[in-house]
Design a protein around this ligand. Sequence first.
Ligand SMILES: C[S@@+](CC[C@H](N)C(=O)[O-])C[C@H]1O[C@@H](n2cnc3c(N)ncnc32)[C@H](O)[C@@H]1O
Length: 264
Amino acid sequence: MPQLLKWPIPALLIWGGAWVIYLNVSGLLPELWAMALACAVAAAFSVMGRTPARRWALVLGFPVSLWLSGAAVFPAWGWLIPLGLALLIYPVHAWHDAPIFPTPLNALRDLSQAAPLPSGAMLLDAGCGLGDGLRALRVAYPQAQFCGIEFSWPLRFMAALRCPWARIWHGDIWQEDWSGYDLVYLFQRPETMPHAVDKARENMKPGAWLVSLEFEATELVPTAVVKASADRPVWLYQAPFKLAPLSPAPFKSSTRHPQSDPSR
Ligand SMILES: C[S@@+](CC[C@H](N)C(=O)[O-])C[C@H]1O[C@@H](n2cnc3c(N)ncnc32)[C@H](O)[C@@H]1O
């Protein structure tokens, strides 16, 4: 759904939906509860926004329009409701890594050819969001066992609902032990990768795979690179990891595709 609807259609649907909820329940519940419920639904669906600015627009659109319309007395502290809900879904702690952005279902379908795993292998989606990465991993490895760690409580619960076959818990990916996994999947951001490399080198067992959608771990030599789509690589690194040689000349790009670099 997030890929199918073009902006601003998600915004119009979510704001409209929040208004419908508010108008329908305000006769049944105290005014403030009706507002909070409509804000909660808008905040939950804000994960459809593809950028942080859009997600904030989705969270705040309904309370702002309610306030501007004068349809309800909106107390000053009432703004804490949408802000609190947004912080619950997008905890500040996770801002250093990546906000919610899902892996497309078929993005990892070729993974098992490059990184074959035995049936029953343990896979971890580190920062599993709504569970889309787990679903994509299951397409590639239908016989595996799946775990997901997520820092946002609402996302962790939604992922558990969407992936009942996986074990999903609330936690910080950097505090968890990665040594029991045969494959750790990341879809974070470029800035997260050096930290992930340190953690993987310290923690992952020989033969295990570190897999990153889109973002390269430039400190390591990839074991393989497969395509998630025409312009989106999936980087695979197998432990024991091979360190990439330090770039000898500062003017050389460090983001060059490793397979086209004869020096590696
Ligand atoms: C880009 S989303 C990817 C979601 C999922 N892996 C997928 O591919 O569909 C990144 C997720 O990582 C979570 N996250 C970021 N930092 C985290 C941390 N330190 N511990 C746990 N989860 C984290 C975010 O809350 C977000 O849901």
